[in-house]
Write a new protein. Structure first.
Ligand SMILES: Cc1cc2nc3c(=O)[nH]c(=O)nc-3n(C[C@H](O)[C@H](O)[C@H](O)COP(=O)(O)OP(=O)(O)OC[C@H]3O[C@@H](n4cnc5c(N)ncnc54)[C@H](O)[C@@H]3O)c2cc1C
Length: 512
């Protein structure tokens, strides 16, 4: 079924920002500071982050952006271009452009906006044959439901960090497993780490990584070989939040990023949660659970979205470094210019990899194309190492400037004290208030608790550091690239032996 260009003749049922915020008030069980959160969209620990997601939705109702952001899919649904399957390189490139517009809304500072999980949902119907027969229709229904409103889904794939050396079945008291089933569905219990942004989403996708399924065995671990969706207000589903940086923020001026882009990372606990059959994709099926990570297209596509998001964040960091060094009067120094060039180079490598990914595609399902897994794995590895380089640059080249600020806006608003600030806090070409505003932003990006969490996120959100590298090797083996490299090495060694150059090399030389 072909995608068509966006048209205003079909109803656009995608949530508006307001409708999205209203949709979150559904009785979901969120725990924060010893209390159940009544309405996440109005709670001071989450409301600004919720509004940031709402901006993502409002963009899809902006007539100036709609042609670039939206299309009509094969079912006649108006949706975001990355929420629909891509059937050609051109469509995948257009989807990348749509992601880039969506990411600029929040300057690349939220990792889990709705387009992240669209990486999986977009090809769910097209690739329904990946699932076993009773569940194929579920895949189609979930695709349609998600595409129509651009539902925001989170995902939990990783087991909590304990007893990693034991057989998984022996940690059944903590890891997600099926308690029982009946004609209506299944009942599951267990915990998952960590459900980033889950309290602001419409549903959770409970899945498994290759790291986990590698430890599964047939006729032993079937209870744990399950993949399913759960609505956020499912009875027995609990989100247990970490501290909220938004909650601790004192003002927009003092906490310009943490005050509005803090996507809380909750632990998801399921306590005999009921999952209706229509939400199940894989059930007691170890083979499919093992193939899911690579066979669903999710791995190939989430790295495309993540690359566009991180390139956007790098653009922001390049401009911020330039402004910071100008304000300190160091921007024309040779080393500073080299540092800015390095951040731009990192941005361009990431963006260039996304260009490679929309061109180097592999088929998925009957008509779909997704980025090659080899490119996806390589970008994932590179991205996880790149944020630390930016932090290093900021520490060296803005050095102590971000600490030369004031405690809060209250200092600015104290008339007796203010003249001192105006005199001693000015920057090069900037008055004191603008200089302080700039370096408060640098602080939030690089040194606040929010910034520390971002650094951890960029390193780990896509798996542990070993798996990020091992998967590059696994994909090179699958694509036979490694065989070709081995053959080249063998050719080189066949060129000589203990008696000198062999015929194979001399013949080549003679040809020249
Ligand atoms: C801020 C943040 C947000 C996140 N958001 C999400 C999310 O939304 N959804 C989600 O599902 N996950 C999320 N994650 C979790 C993330 O996927 C995991 O943290 C990541 O996969 C790394 O796994 P781990 O922390 O369990 O580390 P581990 O896998 O336990 O690795 C820790 C160390 O042990 C080593 N190790 C582990 N197993 C073995 C082994 N078998 N043999 C040898 N060495 C081993 C690793 O190489 C590594 O050095 C998030 C994480 C962070 C930090």
């Amino acid at each position: 079924m072909k995608n068509k260009p966006f048209t205003t003749k079909k109803e656009n049922k995608i949530y508006t920002g307001q409708a999205y915020l209203a949709s979150l008030n559904d009785g979901r069980e969120i725990w924060f500071d010893g209390n159940k959160v009544k309405n996440v969209a109005t709670h001071p620990a989450f409301r600004n982050s919720a509004r940031s997601v709402a901006r993502f939705y409002d963009a899809m109702h902006n007539p100036d952006l709609q042609e670039d952001l939206l299309l009509e899919d094969g079912y006649g649904i108006i949706t975001h271009k990355f929420f629909a399957p891509s059937h050609s390189r051109k469509e995948l490139d257009a989807a990348r452009h749509a992601i880039a517009i969506s990411q600029r809304v929040n300057y690349g500072w939220m990792g889990r906006t709705p387009d992240y999980k669209a990486a999986f949902m977009g090809h769910l119907a097209d690739n329904a044959s990946f699932y076993d027969q009773p569940f194929q229709q579920n895949a189609i229904n979930w695709y349609k439901k998600t595409a129509e409103k651009c539902l925001f889904l989170n995902h939990v794939l990783v087991d909590p960090p304990l007893d990693r050396s034991k057989e998984r079945i022996k940690v059944r008291d903590v890891f997600v497993s099926v308690d029982k089933e009946d004609s209506k569905g299944i009942y599951v219990s267990g915990a998952k780490m960590v459900a980033t942004g889950s309290m602001l989403t419409h549903g959770t996708f409970v899945g498994l990584t290759g790291n986990i399924t590698a430890r599964m065995q047939a006729n032993r671990d079937e209870d744990m070989a399950v993949i399913f969706f759960a609505d956020m207000n499912t009875e027995g589903l609990k989100m247990i939040c970490r501290p909220s940086y938004e909650y601790k923020a004192t003002s927009a001026f003092d906490n310009p990023l943490s005050g509005r882009f803090d996507e809380n990372d909750a632990v998801l606990v399921m306590d005999k949660a009921f999952i209706p059959w229509e939400n199940v994709l894989v059930y007691r099926d170890i083979e499919r659970a093992k193939n899911f990570y690579s066979g669903s297209g999710f791995f190939n596509r989430y790295n495309l979205q993540a690359g566009v998001r991180l390139a956007t964040k790098m653009e922001f960091m390049a401009a911020l470094l330039e402004e910071g060094t100008k304000t300190s009067g160091t921007d024309k120094f040779r080393g500073i210019q080299a540092a800015l060039g390095e951040i731009l180079g990192i941005r361009n490598i990431i963006w260039g990899m996304t260009t490679a990914m929309v061109n180097d595609v592999t088929p998925l399902g009957e008509h779909g194309v997704v980025p090659s897994a080899e490119m996806a794995a390589s970008l994932r590895y590179y991205m996880a190492t790149s944020w630390d380089k930016v932090r290093d640059i900021y520490q060296k080249y803005l050095a102590g400037a971000p600490i030369y600020t004031i405690s809060s806006t209250k200092d600015l608003h104290n008339a007796a004290f203010r003249p001192l600030i105006d005199q001693y806090y000015r920057g090069t070409g900037k008055d004191a208030i603008d200089r302080i505003k700039l370096f408060k932003l640098v602080w939030d990006a690089m040194y606040s608790e929010f910034a520390g969490r971002h650094a951890l996120y960029e390193r780990n959100y896509s798996g542990n550091h070993d798996m990020q590298r091992i998967d590059v090797l696994v994909q090179a083996e699958k694509a036979k690239s490694m065989d070709s490299y081995r053959n080249m090495l063998q050719d080189c060694m066949n060129d000589y032996d203990d008696k000198g150059w062999t015929n194979s090399w001399q013949n080549l030389a003679q040809k020249e």
